[in-house]
Design a protein around this ligand. Sequence first.
Ligand code: WT7
Length: 635
Amino acid sequence: MNLKVSSFDEYKQVYKQSVEQPEQFWDGIAENFLWRKKWDKTLEWNFKEPNVKWFQGGKLNITENCLDRHLETLGDTPAIIWEPNDPSEDHRILTYRQLFDKVCQFANVLKNNNVKKGDRICIYMPMVPELAIAILACARIGAIHSVVFGGFSAQSIADRIQDADCSLVITCDGAFRGAKDIPLKNVIDDALVTCPSVKKVIVLTRTRTPVAMLKGRDVWWEDEIKKVETQRNTTCEPEEMDAEDMLFILYTSGSTGKPKGVVHTCGGYMVYAGYTFANTFQYEPGEVYFCTADIGWITGHSYIVYGPLSQGATSLMFEGIPTFPNAGRFWDIVAKFKVNILYTAPTAIRSLMSFGDSFVEGKDLSSLKKLGTVGEPINEEAWHWYDEKVGHGKCPIVDTWWQTENGGHMITPIAGITPTKPGYAMLPLPGIQPVLVDEKGEVIEGNGVSGNLCIRFPWPGMIRTTYGDHERCRQAYFATYPDMYFTGDGCLRDEDGYYRITGRVDDVLNVSGHRIGTAEVENAINMHSSVVESAVVGYPHDIKGQGVYAFVVSPNVHGNEDLTRKDIIMTVSRIIGAIAKPDKIQFVSGLPKTRSGKIMRRILRKIAEGETSNLGDTSTLLDPGVVEEIKSGAL
Ligand code: WT7
């Protein structure tokens, strides 16, 4: 069976089949991949525990799918094109053959450093080709990677390393981001003070920032490569993995507690990332594909590394930021490499729009054929700008809705095949069964309705567990509504049956397409010595989509507001990372609480949104007076 559908009629027919005979459908999709041994059982599942197993008995290695199987036909084809942060530095191209060699080489480095199948490896690196190489090298030998985005703080890294009990860290001396130079190894050194499980750190040279190298623990990437070269260790047999062996852990925020480690497994994830990449983007051989995400997020895992490489695609990787050296950088890259498919985030589009059209007008964007967005709802204005100024009205835009827990696209147009509409993720991919449910958990049938978005049947790329705590996985995703995966998103299904995601219905924020738990930010703010308590909500932000609004109780702040604000922001940066910094901090004498002590966030959300005229029922509040004070001090 073909991974791609080629007409809207075919989509409808394949979709129907995928619902009526899901196992047969997924068998047909999975046959497009290279298996060392075919699976015996397509699917076993219940959403109660949950227990989901795809392709049991199947044996594979995802890197054979991403590398080995392309060598004969695509050995000289670019697998990765890398564009550096500084446009005057040379770009790099790695063909499939070269990438294969480098992955084997680094896999041998890992082995030399005692890494075994099942070990957890933390990767904290900027967007350099070696990041992709490190990921693939882990997968090659069956080590489980946990990539931590380069913007997270030492404390956040330490939390993640401890949770997964990582034995080795791969990092860089530093990272170039726009005009900045960030000392990554320093951050790792701070993190490792509380991480006794880590025995080795491999450090790649990038910025030549001075670093401390601890004897017996820290080694240079380049020295380790030299060792395997003198050992003439140029190949590395792939480890044979069970379909349900863990492939990676990726931490993401929820409505409670610390971030949880989403676990993806080898077989199902490979099939799902490859299938969705091929189908959604309708990838054609030879096309140059540019996803602007960071590999530290799921988008980069699935749509810079595993999805495109499993399909023999050419994946462009960019080290820098959209506004450096100026707001025309993306368009310069598109012109330089004749990019055919561009996949980016609404927040990036809005930010570039705000610099005015002069940076995009006159750029040679004639190579572009297909456009995509991901990570958050896209407003109509940004959609039209993307369509007109970037796509010149001739490129379909796929608004792809999905989550870290999903592994790949779930609800999305198929480029040039199924219809699009601004702000709509449109229709589920074949194999995906979305439903809307009401507060009571009843399925809402028909069109022209809204509700909470759930998925009622498993798909191969779905989360299997949260690392080290299966009960948390059940609680977070499978306990709200029986026998369904709950996404946490609100959703509308219009008169035509097209889906529009309306945003989170839980206490999770989406700031510039990044997921941030309000509880996490509150915990960080509360660490500040002068803070008694706090409540964090989101508010509409022109560029970030959502901004972070913090209501803070800090009794002795009088006269020191500005300084305390700065200190609180610094505290959040230290505890979580710069991405979680509050945009607004309002000092209040108390928070609106019910008699049982629960903070009424509904009221705070309205105040943060500037909608103070109708706050709804406040009679259950312990002290309704506090609302007046908060309203009058709103920022
Ligand atoms: C949340 C998942 C997986 C992509 C990167 C973000 C929101 C994602 C869309 C979209 C509207 C979207 C949802 C979702 N979201 N894509 N096309 N339209 N909202 O992954 O960090 O796991 O966040 O991002 O609210 O639940 P993530």
